[in-house]
Design a binder for this molecule. Structure first.
Ligand SMILES: NC(=O)c1ccc[n+]([C@@H]2O[C@H](COP(=O)([O-])OP(=O)(O)OC[C@H]3O[C@@H](n4cnc5c(N)ncnc54)[C@H](O)[C@@H]3O)[C@@H](O)[C@H]2O)c1
Length: 307
């Protein structure tokens, strides 16, 4: 019960990262308002948490729209009495080569992640200042906030903007005892059964003809801990930042990336302890809200042979 008597609002809460974070916050004693631009996603997550006899409510909210964010914070206060913690991961990703980037896609990516960062921080912090007892604001980044990625200019720029926004907000809000921190995942394990499923399971899958493509095997080889982060790994880091255990920590970023960011790439280029993606997949469970659900191979069969 590390978050007993605290109220949290989560912005962006499907069954992967956001829903798992909402679940873990509730499990540690917080009352959680779950919000998402897709009302159904927010409702499903809240119902899952309520089904565990934990406290949750839901609201539809587009975190880049000021009126929606204001309403979400108001709903949290009306429902649970206060706001102590917010966790934000809302935004849309667009992949395109710099030369082919469409202005509206650029504005959507940068506008969604960075603007949601500003609005959720502003409205939460105003409420926390009214309460006078500080608070914890957590934004989800990506390794893309720290590096350049081929075809990833819009995503990298958007997440880097959010990183430095969070650091600046931490300085602006420190004298109110409001802490602002970030958590950085790299490519997540759940991509094996979401975005990257065909690459892993479809025997007819072909390497896409685009700059900067890397396979799951190549990615895995670069991870010193030889595993992809799970939503539960992010949720534990978030619980720590939300709790009073981190009350003297602000403006930091916690990488939850199996050691990726801190290795010296030329001296530690990977492939020291090869682990085949097939063996990895055979041991992996699909999770929902951080709970292992079923073996990946039971759902999709054996992984494709890449020899
Ligand atoms: N999946 C990965 O491998 C990975 C890696 C690094 C970082 N991240 C980051 O983690 C976060 C969550 O990732 P995920 O894999 O759970 O993604 P996901 O697509 O499963 O969940 C994101 C949720 O945010 C919601 N959302 C999108 N725009 C919104 C908006 N404007 N307002 C409110 N809600 C909005 C979506 O409806 C969705 O439910 C994102 O910020 C993402 O950039 C993901």
């Amino acid at each position: 019960m590390r978050l007993q008597n605290k109220v949290a609002v989560v912005f962006g809460a499907g069954p992967n990262i956001g829903g798992t974070i909402a679940h873990f916050l509730a499990r540690e004693g917080a009352s959680v308002l779950v919000t998402d631009i897709v009302a159904e996603a927010a409702r499903e997550t809240a119902e899952f948490i309520q089904g565990k006899n934990l406290r949750a409510a839901w609201a539809a909210c587009n975190a880049r729209e000021e009126a929606d964010v204001e309403a979400a914070i108001r709903t949290a206060v009306e429902t649970f009495g206060r706001v102590d913690v917010i966790v934000n991961m809302a935004g849309r990703v667009h992949w395109a080569h710099t030369l082919d980037m469409r202005l509206d896609d650029w504005q959507d990516a940068v506008g969604s992640f960075a603007t949601a960062g500003l609005l959720t921080t502003q409205y939460a912090a105003r409420q926390m200042i009214r309460q006078g007892q500080g608070g914890s604001i957590i934004h989800l980044l990506s390794t893309a906030a720290h590096f350049g990625e081929a075809d990833g200019a819009a995503y990298c720029a958007a997440k880097a903007a959010l990183l430095n926004f969070a650091r600046s907000a931490a300085m602006d809000l420190a004298h109110h005892q409001i802490r602002v921190n970030t958590v950085t995942p790299c490519s997540m394990e759940h991509q094996l059964w979401t975005l990257m499923k065909d690459e892993v399971f479809d025997p007819n899958w072909k390497v896409p003809d685009r700059t900067g493509f890397y396979s799951r095997q190549e990615y895995l080889d670069q991870l010193p801990l030889r595993r992809f982060p799970r939503a539960s790994d992010l949720a534990w880091a978030t619980v720590f930042l939300a709790s009073d255990e981190s009350s003297c920590i602000t403006g930091i970023d916690i990488p939850v990336d199996a050691g990726l960011r801190h290795k010296y790439p030329t001296w530690t280029p990977g492939r020291h302890h090869p682990l085949s993606i097939q063996d990895y997949v055979r041991k992996t469970f699909i999770t929902r809200y951080g709970e292992p659900n079923e073996p990946l191979t039971e759902r999709f069969g054996q992984p494709r042979n890449t020899e």
